[in-house]
Design a protein around this ligand. Structure first.
Ligand code: OGA
Ligand code: MN
Length: 296
């Protein structure tokens, strides 16, 4: 099999979101295949792999072949409640016994934060590089995942705004993103663990040299700015960045794996019926350095 990567929508979005064929993720990748996947990520920011019937172990092997993983410390589930190891994020609505969480379950309400535009782990000092999400069970309708191209979002800013955002530092916390939804039910330990961290608003991709807007609903402030002014500006930038021409909406099929580069994209989950099962597993590569080290 030879690996092939094509734009998903060559007419409207030739440079964002690619579909990969000729790879079997149940098998270890060759160094050439690994290099091709990285090259595809550099070009497209989002890659879709269909029909990959992988288990957690195979997902881990594939993910580790691309780089070091981060741990799932952004979660609120207690260790004894977890369905998966700390190498995986449980992106499901299930409990340990594979029962659908109650509508008002704290873990479910916290997880609804994924429906806001974000970049994974921007609330950690060392944020995420790639995320790999594997669909094990999907609901009959709804539950798409949307991706926005933050390189295009940066490129289409007017020159005055580009100058204004160039060196701004944002403050990111899960307390901010959940606060938008009215979720304030944090323990003191969680508040301490998720104290705001600093990230650049404009970052440079180390391989391509392209600049992108590093936005997320976790961003609740800009260093040196009054909070309401910062939030109004961040909201405005997010509105610009998530216009439909910058967005790819992924409609899941069972056993799809979608991988995205958190340095150059935002994403969000769309609603689905809370009583239907949705079971996805996410592995996440660490960026290894802060965005502060990726200045333009
Ligand atoms: C994630 C995430 C979106 C979804 O896994 O990081 O935001 O559609 N998922 O589940
Ligand atoms: Mn996410």
């Amino acid at each position: 099999m030879t690996i092939d990567i094509q734009p998903i929508d060559p007419v409207n979005r030739a440079f964002f979101a690619g579909v990969v064929s000729g790879l079997d993720l149940t098998q270890p990748l060759s160094p050439e295949q690994v290099a091709a996947v990285h090259a595809g990520m550099d070009e497209f920011g989002v890659l879709v792999f269909h029909d990959q019937k992988i288990n957690d172990e195979q997902q881990l092997v594939f993910s580790r072949s691309l780089g070091p993983l981060e741990q799932a410390t952004g979660d609120i589930a207690a260790p004894e409640e977890r369905r998966v190891s700390m190498d995986l994020n449980d992106i499901s609505n299930l409990d340990k016994n594979n029962r659908v969480l109650a509508r008002d379950d704290r873990r479910r309400l916290f997880g609804l934060g994924n429906q806001l535009w974000h970049s994974d782990s921007s609330f950690k000092e060392i944020p995420a590089k790639y995320s790999l999400l594997s669909a094990r069970h999907i609901p009959p309708t709804g539950g798409n995942t949307e991706f926005a191209d933050m390189r295009a979002a940066y490129d289409t800013l007017d020159e005055a705004t580009k100058r204004e955002v160039h060196d701004l530092i944002c403050l990111h916390s899960q307390i901010f993103s959940r606060g938008i939804l009215g979720f304030t039910d944090f323990t003191d330990a969680e508040r301490e663990k998720w104290a705001p961290v600093r990230q650049r608003l404009v970052r440079k991709h180390p391989a391509t040299g392209r600049l992108s807007l590093y936005l997320a609903s976790h961003a609740g402030g800009i260093e040196g700015w009054p909070v309401p002014e910062a939030r109004a500006f961040l909201r405005d930038l997010t509105e610009h960045a998530t216009q439909r021409q910058f967005v790819y909406a992924h409609v899941w099929q069972p056993h799809d794996l979608v991988m995205w580069d958190n340095r150059v994209t935002m994403h969000r989950a769309r609603r689905y019926d809370y009583a239907e099962v949705r079971d996805m597993r996410r592995t996440t590569l660490t960026n290894e350095v802060s965005s502060l080290q990726q200045a333009p």
